[in-house]
Write a protein that binds this ligand. Structure first.
Ligand code: AMP
Length: 192
């Protein structure tokens, strides 16, 4: 199985690139942010709980996020591999992911980290907020919270997988196609 973690700060292009990678490699795309937004739209208890964190730019608690992810993986036993987008966001989530994949006889293949400058991220998120109506993209102080949360809680995940020699940095500036080709070059290198 090819199991990829698409990593990077909010606004680094994970969702855009994940959609293209899914098409090229035939993987299951799991975005925990999209799953939460769907729960919020359907006004489920999980959605209600998640919303209180998302609206502040904080992380949803690990156990809530992990349960949702494990359920989603369980619904797709046929998947040839998974692209994880926005997960894991803490080392505790990474440890559970490793356990879940070990139980399935597989493992994380690579963590691909999109490197984007902070000023560019803020610019992209505010632009996305205008287009998508995502409430957490419209307010600069929430954006700053998300960036601070990323630095404090999420960047250790890249170090965790660097310890397994799986972290790859990819320049996340430039055109969507250029970035996509950079990602594919890294992925194809582990496929041969
Ligand atoms: P995203 O669409 O990936 O930017 O996620 C939007 C928001 O959902 C984040 O700011 C978090 O509040 C929440 N979220 C998404 N994925 C996770 C995760 N793996 N762990 C905790 N919270 C998450």
């Amino acid at each position: 199985m090819l199991n990829l973690i698409l990593f990077g700060p909010p606004g680094s292009g994970k969702g855009t690139q994940a959609a293209k990678l899914v098409e090229r490699y035939g993987l299951l795309h799991i975005s925990t942010g999209d799953l939460f937004r769907s729960e919020i739209k359907n006004e489920t208890p999980l959605g209600l709980e998640a919303k209180s964190y998302i609206d502040r730019g904080a992380l949803v608690p690990d156990q809530v996020t992990i349960n949702m992810l494990a359920k989603k993986m369980g619904e797709h036993p046929e998947a040839k591999g998974v692209i994880f987008d926005g997960f894991p966001r803490t080392v505790a989530q990474a440890e559970v992911l490793d356990e879940l994949l070990t139980q399935k006889g597989t493992a994380v293949s690579q963590l691909l980290s999109l490197e984007v400058e902070e000023a560019e991220i803020v610019k992209r998120l505010l632009a996305r907020g205008k287009e998508s109506g995502r409430s957490d993209d419209q307010n600069e102080s929430i954006i700053q919270n998300r960036i601070a949360t990323y630095k404090a809680q999420t960047t250790p995940v890249a170090d965790y997988y660097a310890g397994q020699e799986k972290t790859q940095k990819v320049a996340g500036m430039g055109s969507i196609e250029e970035i996509f080709e950079r990602l594919c070059t890294k992925i194809d290198a582990v496929l041969v």
